[in-house]
Design a protein around this ligand. Structure first.
Ligand code: HDE
Length: 678
């Protein structure tokens, strides 16, 4: 990615303001002489209505909030750029997917779904992964999730799903959680949710980082080429760092220790130049193969197994700039799956069809009128002209007498463009049928792909699924609902249903299971990329440490792309032998083991008991979350004292070079699932 400002960045620059070093004025530009005291009739008298500065300040404050998104309220964004590896002209005429010399500015918003705007971030939930491509032919929005399927097949059920998922209306609880009666009642009564529920109960629903999760367009879209030929397509984002998750106990603790964990991680990595990268992948099915699968390719509760329809990697997006203002960019951005450009079209997926209505509708209430496309973050980078006029907050000053089509007074401009001139032409699909409210028979198999997902999991992932069902249903008060869910998931896997039934006070099912024996290795995170890059290692250091050794080790870890943070009992510096000093980043009070990917304990000489106690707590907790542990010098004894020594993923040694290389390998592995817990 070049360091040149993207077109979008140049456009935004016109709107950025910096108040630093300036005189304060009112919104109307009048300089203000006093900003602490309102204008009063006498020092102890009442405030006067004529105090225009007070009135303006208070009125603006009173109106600062806008409605939060009904779903995906809690999110964070960044700017990026998309580059294409090879032209896709075979499939599409979209200019940003055919011209490899072009770099397309993008804006991405990651989000949780259920929680309110201020909720914690490492909850069990799907994550939104919405990308706006500011192409030269207009904005294209790929409004996806980190899970490739959805709970329901028809948009008609979306309000019901969300009502069931959100806090229960009679008591407003629980916040940002699906572990409650109404959600699981919905699941039990709507069995099409089985596949997506498998994903939300899996590790995918507690990602380690926005930088380490996949993105999926979910629906089947169409790519249309210059000749007018169409292919069905599914879009994927593949994180270069691989797809990694937290463990549930850790995720819950992070919510308390650092409710901003995911946005902090994204923000920090961009600030330090570790730019998150995602490759764009497409799965393509020719039109003539539409009915060749044992599922309906228009059903949004189904994925296309990558082993059957390979993902072709076609480009890469790099996120390189943080937002300047969270409200102006992250809150005011308005995504819409209906924002397409020539060469990309819709299909009859009934979930997608309903989304095409919902998104504009929601922006009208959230952003207060029809001119939200003029907000800086939403403006396309190409010019736009039409006869839409007026409305709240209109900014464009449309000149001229004419605001209608057709007209003679302005020579019939603005004129619709022909297809050759770039005009969007809807794909001419032949449709025929009776008006009917029904579900196609081809949408009625709810369990086969849920079973495919189960079959594809590694042992530890299966175990996590059983634990997640046990936790969530363990919070459900209604025995009837719990029984219904056990019965439902017995259709997916008897092992799974038996596994959690006993934990939630339900008689394990005797019969059930699925005939599906197929698995898809691409679905398991055990098969993802493992790298040390950007992993965060907490280094526990005390005064009197072996100066040169430690400095060398930390330098080597950094050169492997690992981010080190020094933890001690006090802020300031820790002093080592040979007059070395290292700055402390955090104390035991201000950080926690759950905020690191791994710990490296060094100690010093003669640490106090309290220090050792804190260090032991950190090490034991990290161990219980299967994290890599490293120890050298004094800290090797701490491992022994805590019976952590010699376990898998626990590295210690005296030769610093071999210690570091072994530790880096352990860190790359992410977690050590084979560990015997003590
Ligand atoms: Fe959304 N969804 N959704 N959704 N969705 C919204 O739009 C909706 C669905 C997704 O960061 C809302 O601006 C319906 C699937 C993301 O700003 C709303 C249906 C997928 C975001 C809405 C779905 C998504 C939203 C709320 C079923 C994955 C956040 C605020 C028919 C492919 C975008 C807003 C951001 C947001 C409606 C289902 C992804 C109400 C009706 C499936 C990432 O319009």
């Amino acid at each position: 990615m070049s360091n040149k400002k993207t077109k979008k960045d140049q456009q935004l620059e016109q709107f950025r303001t910096d108040d630093a070093g300036k005189h304060m004025t009112t919104n109307h530009g009048v300089k203000v002489s006093e900003d602490e005291f309102s204008l009063k009739a006498g020092e102890r008298g009442p405030t006067l209505l004529e105090d225009f500065h007070f009135r303006e300040k208070m009125t603006h404050f009173d109106h600062e909030r806008i409605p939060e998104r009904i779903v995906h309220a809690r999110g964070f964004s960044a700017h990026g750029e998309f580059e294409l590896y090879e032209s896709l002209e075979k499939y599409t005429k979209a200019d940003f997917l055919t011209d490899t010399s072009k770099k397309t500015p993008t804006f991405v918003r990651f989000s949780t779904v259920a929680g309110s705007k201020g909720s914690a971030e490492t909850v069990r939930d799907a994550r939104g992964f919405a990308t706006k491509f500011y192409t030269d032919e207009g904005n294209y929005d790929l409004v996806g999730n980190n899970i490739p399927v959805f709970f329901i097949q028809d948009a008609m059920k979306f309000p019901d799903l969300v009502h069931a998922l959100k806090p229960e209306p009679h008591n407003g609880m629980p916040q940002a959680a699906s572990a409650h009666d109404t959600f699981w009642d919905f699941v039990g009564q709507n069995q099409e949710s089985a596949h997506m529920v498998m994903w939300t109960m899996s590790d995918r629903a507690i990602p380690r980082s926005f930088r380490m999760m996949e993105g999926f367009g979910v629906h089947t879209f169409r790519l249309v080429n210059k000749e007018g030929n169409a292919h069905f397509v599914k879009f994927h984002w593949k994180p270069v760092l691989g797809t990694h998750s937290l463990v549930w106990d850790e995720a819950q603790k992070i919510n308390g220790k650092d409710p901003d964990f995911h946005r902090g991680d994204l923000y920090q990595s961009i600030e330090t130049g570790d730019y998150p990268e995602y490759e764009l992948g497409i799965q393509v099915i020719p039109e003539e193969d539409e009915f060749k699968f044992d599922f309906d390719i228009l059903d949004p509760t189904k994925l296309w197994p990558e082993e059957d329809v390979p993902v072709q990697i076609v480009g890469k997006m790099t996120l390189k700039r943080n937002v300047d203002n969270v409200f102006a960019e992250n809150e005011q951005v308005a995504f819409h799956p209906g924002n397409v450009v020539p060469g990309i079209d819709f299909t009859n997926d009934p979930l997608l069809q309903g989304r095409l209505f919902s998104y504009t509708d929601t922006q009208l209430i959230r952003l207060g009128g029809p001119n939200f496309h003029e907000l800086p973050i939403n403006r396309p980078v190409c010019p736009f002209f039409n006869n839409h006029r007026d409305g709240y907050g209109r900014q464009t000053i449309n000149k001229g007498q004419v605001s209608y089509h057709k007209n003679a007074l302005a020579s019939n401009t603005p004129t619709p463009a022909t297809e050759e001139e770039g005009g969007y032409k809807h794909y001419q699909e032949r449709v025929e049928g009776y008006k009917i409210r029904a579900r196609s028979d081809s949408f009625k198999d709810h369990f086969s792909q849920a079973a495919l997902f189960w079959n594809s999991m590694s042992d530890h992932e299966k175990n996590h699924l059983i634990q997640a069902f046990s936790f969530e249903l363990g919070k459900v008060e209604s025995l009837e609902v719990r029984e219904q869910v056990v019965e439902m998931f017995a259709n997916v896997s008897l092992e799974l249903a038996k596994g959690f039934a006993k934990n939630i006070g339900v008689t394990p099912p005797e019969s059930g299971g699925s005939d599906v024996t197929k698995s898809s290795p691409a679905l398991s995170q055990a098969n993802t990329a493992h790298k040390p890059d950007t992993r965060k290692v907490g280094v526990i250091l005390a005064n009197g440490f072996k100066g040169k050794d430690v400095k060398r080790a930390l330098k080597k870890l950094s050169s492997e792309g690992i981010m080190v943070e020094v933890i001690s009992d006090q802020q300031g510096v820790v002093k080592g032998e040979e007059n070395t000093e290292i700055t402390v980043d955090h104390t035991f009070l201000t950080t926690d083991s759950v905020l690191y990917d791994a710990l490296y304990a060094v100690g010093g000489c003669n640490e106090e008991e309290a220090f050792k106690k804190h260090a032991s707590h950190f090490l034991n907790e990290a161990f219980s979350h299967y994290k890599p542990l490293g120890a050298t010098h004094n800290a090797v004894e701490w491992l022994k004292d805590n019976k952590l020594y010699g376990h898998t993923g626990v590295v210690s040694g005296e030769d610093m070079d071999s210690f570091v290389s072994e530790f880096v390998q352990a860190v790359s592995a992410h977690r050590h699932w084979g560990r015997q817990m003590i």
